[in-house]
Each structure stands twice: as structure tokens, then as C-alpha cells.
Ligand binder design. Sequence first.
Ligand SMILES: [Fe+2]
Length: 279
Amino acid sequence: MTIRSAPLTPRTGSEMFLSREDLLSGSYAADIRELLVQRGVIIVRGANLSDDDQRALARSLGDLRLGTVKQEGEEGLMKVTFDEKVNPEYAKFFFGSQLWHMDGTYEEVPPFATLLTPRVLSETGGQTEFTNNYAAYEDLPEDQKAKLDALKVVHTMQAALFPGKPDCTVEEFALWHSYPNREHPLVWHHKSGRKSLVLSTSGSHIVGMHPAKSHDLLAGLMRHATQDKYVYRHTWHMGDLLIWDNTGTMHRVLPFPADSGRQLHRFTLNGEEPVRAVA
Ligand SMILES: [Fe+2]
């Protein structure tokens, strides 16, 4: 079985043409996963999924994440919003989503993929952008790849959040600092054989490197990976379904009015492999 799709940009993202019924049939799960890993992001316009539909689709694609973090609600449904009345735990950290990041870099096995559908949209802003960290790695010169392959990066919550709230209180900083750090190879050699940069604002520093050199290297890689040629910007419409491969992309949300009520419903798939270094 094959699915019809078309690239959204040359390097990142594909639009998939499947009806709601076909999406939910489970018959295309292997094809959807294959396209997802190839293209980093998949969208379906007019999917019009309910929460139950979205959860069922998630279950057909992988191992649905249930209750591992406080922000998640009923049976894996996470309401993505600034609105503290809807999801107080999520709202506390949502500002960090405006900086380029991968999800779950604090975990040994970062989440595999995420499914998003819009429920309330803001009139302005709120687009979601994605990079392709496979392509960004593949395009580097061979000698640079060889150097990066040997490096390890420490990911921390304060590195992820401080740039989004530089006027934070001491208490907020202390809370972020209390989260465990996680060390990952800078280059992920996936089971699939592909390699990608494990790049995220959460990347605090490179293990064993002088802080100035480490800062410049990570900042330079971030500039490289977020060039226009690697970025897909999704402008949301009601009825959309968007799925991203969290292991080979970064994402961020563009600013929007905090009082707009913008709300997306999200289900996350657990990771399937730890970040393995290039041998
Ligand atoms: Fe995120």
C-alpha cells in the first residue's frame, strides 16, 4: 500500500493525502511512519480528528505516552496552551516553546513523535516551525562531521528556559536548576542508519570543551540548522493534523497573543531507541 504525498519544502515536511477513514483504518501505519522519518513532518489538511480519533491514530503509529509528566491529562491528551485555567502545569513552561528545541532531551530515550491538532487558533501568529536535523547534519563537510561525531552535549532545563525568560525570578531559576541534566551524543546514529544533530536550546555545553568554544560551536550549529532551507513553517487551519519526528527535527512556536485562547491537542509517542553515538 502506498500513500499519496507531496513535499511541503524541498528538505522538510510532506503533505499526505489520506481521508479520515483511511487514517484511522490502521492499514497505512507503516507507510505513515516511513514518510514521517523521511520527511520529519507530515500534515493532513481537513482530517478533522476528534480526541478519540487522534488517540487511536497515535496508538496505531507507536507506543502512546501515558501520564509520564504532570502536563498530560486524560489518556495521554495534553492541551497545549498559554491558558493557566486549561493546563496550569503546561502554561508555566510554554514560553520555552518559542525557542528552537527537541522535546524530552532530559530523558534517556527522547520521545519518538508527536501528533497535534488545533482546537482554538489565534487570529495572528502562532505558526509552528520545524527544522530537519538529518539534512542539517548531512550537508556538513566530512571533516566537520567527523569532529562532531565524537562530541557529547549536556542538556539542562535552565539552558532551555532562561533565554525565553531572562527576567525570571531566583525561585524560577532554582526550579529549572532542580531538574536533572542529561548527556547525549551531539550526533545521533539512528537504528535506521541515518544520522542527525541532537541540537536544542536545552544544549547547555559540550562535555570537556572550553565554555567559550562550546558556546560558539553550539550557536554556530543552531544558525546552520535553522537556515530557511531547512525550515518548514506551518500555518494552522482548523481540521489540520500534524505529526513530527521528534528525534530528527527541532520545532518552535511563533509568538501570538497570550489572551487569544490558542489551544492545540497533543498526543506523544514514546521513544524507541536511546541516542546512540556514531561508532
Ligand atoms: Fe516542544
